[in-house]
Design a protein around this ligand. Structure first.
Ligand code: C2E
Ligand code: MG
Ligand code: MG
Length: 477
């Protein structure tokens, strides 16, 4: 007993769940109680009873099947899959095969959850019948994973299951018409952690569930490595948030009339453990998915304000710096308070830091208006970034008090390659609405002239300068 208690204290931390820790403690307490009773009243033979209860407690804390089952016992759950993968790290012999209910959420709304649950149970039973030697897991949201024997013909399997899905799933209380998507996985040789494997599998199933793929999606080691890289990036984001490896870059924005630098765009960079730069195209989506974008966005904003405080803009001959705001940040109801408290901390004028949002932030019209109004009351000004990549129309833009519209480099390049009437007319329409226009992605002198001629007020691109570390920016003007 003493040894057991020492073990609990030494290794207790490796037990992830509280119930397991308490289970072990309670087990020992019971045996201890039994021991005491035995010493005090040796003629009562209750030791066995206590030991049985203690074993039952350990079983319920660790091996209770209810923790691992789903769909009324017809499939194991995600926790079970995660534990199975963990126990078999590096020696997984079975091959995963994914079956997903397409458009699960819409279907669930349509059929209501009780009918859907009924349907899922029927599907689970069917899949189990099809793979008697496999292990069936249900990972919520219509996602099934079967760990099956290697060498199984998954193409055939896909065909057969698709055919079954052409008929309704019928019981006395339900009749559902569903369609399924599939993911096949190469057998996994590498020594990947169970967490990475599971995350890759679920991501693949997620993308199959929303797409109309004819063929099953094949997941290879490359995808697993990508997940691993993403995990690495997450760590770099955490380090950046702790102030390690984050850098502020600035790219000048030029006044088309005078050819002088009149502003800049703040762009963030983070570094990996070897000191290599990770571009924002890679780490911004990861920060968005992992819920760290708000913190990261605030860090960029804070650093930009700090930079302006230490390098007054008028001394550098510029008027403002643009900072990007992710669509997810734009959804924060208290964005106005968060950002104005940073502005106040540095004693700046909020209209020296313009906020760039993309059309993705414009999904909900009413919220957009409300947010821009709240931010406007605090003195913030908005710029529409990457115009031409989203789906906003002119009448929606009219309602938003942007001060500037930045044409995405794809439409700038398109126009320079093949001029037409559309872009000049659009620019004219924007100007009539009172927006000034920036052309992004200006890479040579011809582009400068072309975009100037059709009315762009501001120009940004490698022709003038690539983004440079903030410390080198003052030297540009
Ligand atoms: P963006 O806001 O449209 O920024 C302009 C991007 O175009 C920058 O890429 C810039 O380096 C690049 N660029 C500028 N001129 C040229 C050119 O002449 N040719 C080419 N090929 N590229 C040019 P970067 O820095 O890699 O940033 C990519 C995107 O990542 C940004 O697009 C922005 O949407 C996002 N991003 C960057 N920093 C932040 C940030 O701090 N917060 C948020 N939310 N997003 C950021
Ligand atoms: Mg931008
Ligand atoms: Mg842009």
């Amino acid at each position: 007993m003493l040894l057991a208690l020492i073990a609990v204290f030494m290794f207790g931390r490796t037990l992830r769940r509280r119930r397991e820790r308490y289970g072990i403690l309670f087990y020992n307490l019971l045996i201890f109680a039994a021991l005491i009773i035995r010493l005090i009243w040796p003629k009562y033979l209750v030791m066995d009873t206590f030991i049985l209860i203690a074993i039952l407690i350990v079983f319920l804390a660790f091996g209770n099947p209810d923790f691992h089952l789903d769909l009324r016992g017809n499939a194991f759950n995600r926790l079970a899959l995660s534990e199975y993968l963990e126990e078999n790290t590096g020696k997984l012999r079975l091959v995963p095969f994914g079956v997903v209910i397409r458009n699960y959420h819409e279907m669930r709304d349509l059929y209501e959850s009780s009918q859907m649950e009924e349907g899922l149970i029927m599907i689970a039973k069917y899949l189990k019948r099809r793979s008697p030697k496999g292990i069936l897991f249900y990972c919520r949201r219509g996602r099934f994973i079967i760990l099956d024997q290697p060498g199984k013909d998954f193409r055939e399997e896909t065909k057969a299951i698709t055919e079954r899905f052409d008929h309704p799933w019928k019981s006395h209380s339900a009749e559902l018409y569903l369609s399924a998507g599939f993911a096949t996985f190469d057998s996994i040789d590498g020594n990947f952690s169970s967490e990475i494997l599971l995350s890759t599998m679920l991501k693949a199933l997620e993308s199959v569930g929303g797409a109309e793929l004819e063929e099953p999606l094949n997941v290879t080691e490359v995808d697993i490595k990508r997940t691993e890289t993403e995990r690495g990036i997450r760590q770099c984001i955490e380090n950046a948030l702790d102030g390690d490896g984050f850098e502020l870059y600035l790219q000048p924005i030029i006044d088309a009339k005078t050819g002088k630098i009149t502003g800049a765009e703040a762009l963030s960079r983070i570094r990996d453990a070897d000191g290599n730069i990770i571009p924002p195209g890679l780490f911004i989506p990861v920060a968005e998915n992992s819920g760290r974008i708000n913190k990261l966005g605030e860090l960029v904003f804070d650093r930009t304000c700090n930079y302006i405080k230490e390098n007054p803009l008028e001394k550098m001959g510029i008027e403002w710096i643009n900072v990007n705001l992710s669509p997810l940040q734009f959804l924060c109801a208290d964005l106005d308070e968060r950002y104005s408290s940073i502005i106040e901390k540095y004693g700046l004028d909020p209209n020296t830091v313009h906020l760039e949002i993309t059309e993705e932030a414009m999904i909900d019209d009413r919220f957009l208006q409300k947010q821009i109004k709240a931010m406007g009351e605090k003195g913030f000004l908005f710029v529409l970034d990457d115009y031409g990549t989203g789906y906003s129309n002119l009448s929606r833009l009219k309602k938003c008090p942007f001060i500037n519209v930045k044409l995405d480099m794809s439409i700038v390049w398109d126009y320079c390659r093949e001029p037409d009437d559309i872009l000049p007319n659009m620019i004219q329409a924007f100007k009539n609405m009172g927006f000034s226009i920036t052309a992004e992605g200006i890479e040579d002198e011809d582009m400068v002239n072309t975009m100037k001629n059709i009315g762009c007020d501001l120009l940004q691109g490698y022709y003038y300068s690539k983004p440079v570390p903030a410390s080198e920016f003052a030297g540009l003007s």
